[in-house]
Design a binder for this molecule. Sequence first.
Ligand SMILES: [Zn+2]
Length: 96
Amino acid sequence: MLLIQCPWCGPREESEYSYGGEAHILRPENPEAVSDEEWADYLFMRQNPSGRHQEQWSHSAGCRRWFNVERDTNTFKILSVYRPGDPPPEINDGPA
Ligand SMILES: [Zn+2]
């Protein structure tokens, strides 16, 4: 079971949270001006990387707030947790 650090409540078990998909998906500013293909990309296309991934989580059984998690999809290790609107923290993975 994952232990996730809510930015407001502290560490809680994964069962208290709901996964909200990829983070930093921005709605087009003028939806009427985008093509059907661009709109479909906004709605459905996601990265699904092998490795570092920035995700949205909600503390649905706690404070009910949304926040961002950077997680390694191979190891399930949580690399950072940050509030919406904040940039992802710099992570030093050591020498490349
Ligand atoms: Zn919380």
